[in-house]
Write a new protein. Structure first.
Lengths: 255, 302, 302, 255
């Protein structure tokens, strides 16, 4: 069920040079939100399209979103401050399937793909699993949400330049520890997801990936957010990230 | 309370607000936000004789007050529409406008014939999709081809046939006349204007298909102009579309000559757009003491 | 520091940023905001053989991220331009792009011949003004007429002849080919798209001329598309225009195929637009390690 | 000399249902401003065109503008509040010619044409004249700036419905008192200006009118703000409100 809610900004704080944590008062959306879902936010009257942002946390009537100020829309969002009102659609899409994680799932995020893994990991822990997180960042400056993840389980941090944590990619960390896990859930750049999916497949454990695509409606009506999936006959068919996803089982995806 | 009913080619629309094909799926999604029965009609995603996969992503790019799309007519094919979607849509007290495309004259005639036998109210023939390479664009831009394809379709159409025009032409009135002389019962316009965006970092087109169709408020003045020109040129009713967002936009489009309107891209910004605009229209009529919405059509004073 | 110079038909522009005809008068007004010598060239208000009064007001209407205008080529006539304005413009270290129009082939040839003998650097022949009823629009939309008028002008032109194309056509590449085969040394595009707005209170068109030309950011994706199509179709340099506001917009237009650009409507929102965009362009080139701005032209990767 | 200045809003207050008085910190524009000139204000990133607004008062580095919130742009402006920054071009155009007012000029404003007359009247008084104002409004609710005008000289107020002051039009008031004045300066709807100009002409006193037209550049470059003037041969020629005006001598105008 999609909800359109006018949300008052409770707080907007800068986590790194370009990453912001936005807390919205969103009683209706937050109470309906499931891990891995996203919201679609109107970013000022000068831009027609909403911006899709994953839900990082949803509780107590609040919605926490963590986003990078990249282009015009997210920059607009980064300038919102407490008391401002933003128009939010959500919760949207199809989040992580928590039913088949096993008792030692691993949650992997790369860069701005890290935030949606938090709520997911917390949910797994609440359901009794012993979750691990593998978080990848460009460098020490880019590390976000470390404490929140540590509170939810074991955490490995990898940086591309070695300035913090393990020097390397999240895929290196996964490969090194793959035997310890019962399933993989991940979000990040497509090449990273693909690499992780291959490792999981080789190890024979299920892997769920959260995909990104440019969106129009955000709810499944316009068909612009096509994601190439494997059709039954092995050919391509297009699913839609906003409705069928953003989370897919890796084996469904035509990489 | 103004009378909102419009008689469109003998089909009564409870009000002139419909949805633009391709922006509204088959209604399920926006139906979560309001009762689809509030709308005058629902234009469904463009249908083709067979299922079409559409183009790879990215299929959308943002532009100043507009968007480009290159969906490429992804749809399940007309048969599955008839089987799976009509029963859903018929639950609502609204008109079904089936939007159909083909790549040859025979395909157009075939799909119009098939959809004629199904339980839809109006047939909108899209001869103007810029995202389908063979056929579509060419049909809509050459008067001779327009005549040929519309004649063939009209011969087999058992429901009112609306021909949807492309704005990517030198003389829209000429195309409109061709369609009407070939038997079009009504016209709808505008489809999207051909456009392009380039990602300056990667130096690649943003859209997978290089070019795509521009829609949204940016094109509104072009749409109003074309509806005006077509209304001057021919005598059939027009569904005006292209960038409509508000009740006042509807009024403007109807004054230019439209008998009904369709709202598309505005739904992406605001899922409530069609019903919000409808209520604004109602309010405008009441505030201005206009008894029937039909009084607006072609009411421009020169 | 990137090299910003562009050799345009043998004329060196110090940078690719020029102003769009009709939006910049003869330079006096914006010259109060910055040194006109910062620009690569100045496109002056469209000139006709005799003085023209233009259309009555209102001549402008706002649209979503665009404007409509129907100035109707108000200008003092080419003789007074030569006498009164060239000396002013020559004070600045920038190129003068004289924009000329006529209503018959003879008038076009006559004005091109006359301006050729004056101290201007480039001649831009506007065969596409939608606000002049006889001539203008028709010339720019029919390949045959384009060939005829360009041939006649080329015969007498002693300066590089840029032909300015109308976007209100089915096939811009066809028009571009006609102009080039008739001798155009360069092309500029796009002129304005025909549009219309209606005041819903008075039910009258906002513009005195009913319809007018759409410009500004709204048309940018259409302009990029047409520059791309024309660059694919012909081999002459292109001045790209239509909705450019920022340095990144310039990059996008050049990647599509433009050798230089013109900025018009953006000046109304920000009088500093051309110089601001120029500085943004310079910064983009430096940040991306691009040695010469000319590397951008047609640099689109498909 | 036109100046582009980023001005901080000092104050924005509602005077009537739809009229606002906006005070901007504009040291450069205010010190250059002359009575009858206007500014051109950017009204938010969603609208391309600036809005022309007359200068009501300019002193001490401040610019006071009084405007009606009508369409999208002025509504945006009405929502600005202290501390916001607005982009202003000014002072623009050609104001009232104060050299030939005589010692008993009358300043006439109709509706939202009232504000620009204030600075003009104050300037005339400062120059030693004994100015009168005739201000016309729809009704009592619409009356603005009365005290400011009273401080500058004699004031007649007329309302269309008679709910305040004289019942009637400013033209009625002018006609009744025309013998008392040496010149007329006025701003308001075109039919009003025309009526006033005829009265002044009949009385043989000079009349200056401030005209309105839709604008693009606001500085004389785009030629959209055409105003039909009388050419020497009696035919029409087009002047431009933003540069040749907004103030014209009434006899120049082709009504
Ligand atoms: C399901 C989903 C969840 C996401 N969650 C997050 C998140 O939690 N935090 C975060 O920082 N980012 C997230 N993103 C990416 C985010 O949507 C884009 O960074 C954002 O849309 C860019 O907008 P902009 O205004 O900065 O850029 P602009 O360049 O101005 O955007 C122009 C257009 O392109 C679209 N666009 C540009 N980049 C992307 C992209 N990478 N993905 C989708 N659309 C794009 C914009 O939405 C807009 O329509 C998510 C994307 C998706 C699809
Ligand atoms: C020289 C001059 C001085 C003015 N001084 C004042 C003043 O002091 N106070 C005041 O309240 N109003 C003044 N106006 C009128 C004011 O400019 C318009 O009310 C305003 O532009 C309307 O903008 P909007 O966003 O409300 O309307 P919209 O309808 O959104 O405007 C759309 C477009 O039309 C233009 N437009 C609409 N109405 C007018 C109009 N009457 N005159 C010029 N352009 C118009 C707008 O500028 C804009 O470009 C003045 C106009 C001029 C020309
Ligand atoms: C994503 C998208 C898909 C579209 N698909 C179709 C289609 O299948 N058939 C069709 O006739 N028009 C299609 N159109 C065009 C719209 O129906 C409409 O003519 C156009 O978008 C202008 O209206 P708008 O500005 O209100 O969106 C599509 C438009 C968009 C934005
Ligand atoms: C007010 C106005 C007047 C114009 N006059 C002319 C003209 O005289 N000659 C001409 O070739 N183009 C004229 N144009 C078109 C512009 O030169 C340019 O092609 C168009 O506006 C697109 O660029 P822009 O979006 O940057 O303004 C005019 C445009 C505007 C807005
Ligand atoms: S964004 Fe419209 S279907 Fe996904
Ligand atoms: S507004 Fe441009 S000349 Fe007056």
């Amino acid at each position: 069920m999609s909800i359109q809610e006018l949300c008052t900004v409770r707080d907007n704080r800068q986590l790194t040079g370009s990453v912001f944590a936005l807390t919205l008062e969103a009683p209706r959306i937050s109470s309906a939100a499931a891990p891995g879902q996203f919201v679609h936010i109107a970013c000022g009257e000068a831009r027609l399209l909403r911006r899709p942002i994953s839900i990082c946390q949803a509780h107590d009537g609040l919605l926490k979103l963590v986003f990078a100020a990249k282009g015009e829309g997210t920059q607009w969002l980064s300038r919102c401050s407490a008391g401002d009102v933003v128009d939010v659609l959500g919760p949207l899409g199809h989040g992580f399937d928590l039913s088949a994680l096993g008792d030692r799932p691993v949650f992997i995020g790369g860069g701005i793909g890290v935030p949606p893994m938090l709520q997911t990991m917390q949910a797994a822990r609440a359901a009794g699993a012993q979750p691990t997180a593998i978080l990848g960042f460009r460098s020490r400056d880019a590390v976000i949400l470390e404490d929140d993840f540590r509170a939810a389980g074991t955490v490995y941090i990898a940086t591309d330049d070695g300035s913090y944590g393990i020097h390397g990619f999240v895929s290196d960390v996964l490969r090194a520890h793959i035997g310890a896990f019962t399933s993989v859930c991940c979000c990040g750049p497509k090449p990273m997801l693909r690499a992780l999916a291959e490792i999981a497949q080789a190890a024979g454990i299920p892997c769920q990936v959260s995909m990104e695509e440019r969106m129009g409606c955000g709810i499944g009506a316009c068909l612009v957010c096509a994601c190439a999936l494997k059709a039954e006959d092995g050919a391509v068919r297009y699913g839609h990230v906003c409705k069928d996803g953003p989370v897919f089982y890796a084996e469904e995806v035509q990489w | 309370m103004a009378d909102l009913r419009v008689n469109f080619c003998g089909v009564e629309l409870k009000n002139p607000v419909t949805t633009a094909s391709g922006t509204f799926g088959f209604g399920h999604e926006y139906g979560e936000f309001y009762d689809l029965g509030e709308l005058g009609g629902i234009g469904v995603k463009g249908l083709t004789p067979e299922e079409r996969l559409g183009n790879p992503a990215p299929r959308i790019a943002e532009t100043p007050m507009g968007i480009l799309n290159c969906v490429g007519l992804q749809n399940p094919g007309v048969d599955r529409f008839i089987e799976e979607q009509i029963p859903f849509l018929r639950q609502y007290d609204t008109r079904i406008i089936a939007n159909v495309s083909g790549t040859t004259v025979e395909e157009y005639a075939g799909i119009v014939e098939k959809i004629s036998d199904a339980d839809v109210d109006l047939i909108e023939m899209n001869i103007s999709c810029p995202n389908v390479k063979c056929g579509g664009l060419t049909f809509g831009t050459q008067p001779k081809m327009v005549e040929e394809v519309v004649s063939a379709a009209k011969r087999v159409a058992k429901k009112p046939l609306i021909v949807k025009l492309s704005p990517n032409v030198t003389d829209i009135a000429e195309i409109a006349r061709a369609a009407v002389s070939a038997g079009a019962d009504a016209l709808s316009l505008i489809n999207t204007l051909l456009g392009m965006r380039i990602d300056v970092e990667s130096r690649r087109p943003i859209l997978s298909n290089i070019m795509g169709g521009l829609s949204g408020p940016a094109v509104f003045p072009v749409a109003v102009r074309m509806v005006y020109q077509v209304h001057q040129a021919v005598d059939v009713p027009i569904i005006g579309m292209g960038g409509i967002r508000t009740g006042r936009d509807i009024v403007e489009m109807m004054l230019a000559g439209a008998s009904a309107v369709a709202i598309g891209t505005a739904c992406f910004a605001d899922p409530m757009a069609p019903v919000r605009a409808l209520h604004e229209l109602e309010q405008f009529l009441d505030e201005h003491g206009i008894a029937s919405v039909t009084e607006l059509t072609g009411g421009l004073r020169i």
